[in-house]
Design a protein. Sequence first.
Length: 84
Amino acid sequence: MYLYRFSTQTPSSIRSKTTEQLTEALSNLKSLFKFMGIYTAVILVIYGLVFFWVSDDSSFYRVSRWIVFSFCIPLPSLGVVYFV
């Protein structure tokens, strides 16, 4: 929404040569970059938490074992386990 407001207000402010409208358009651009910065920081924190959770050997082993054994089909007649 911020980018849309910036892109619509900037050309009209340049055509009409009003500094108030240009200031408002640049304010929307500033808000967009502020939002994207906060969003990026949150995503990086989530990635970091996931990295530390996965790097813990015991929890990674438990989760990977659960994933492997929950997606396999045991076939007792053949004595083989086939993965789906």
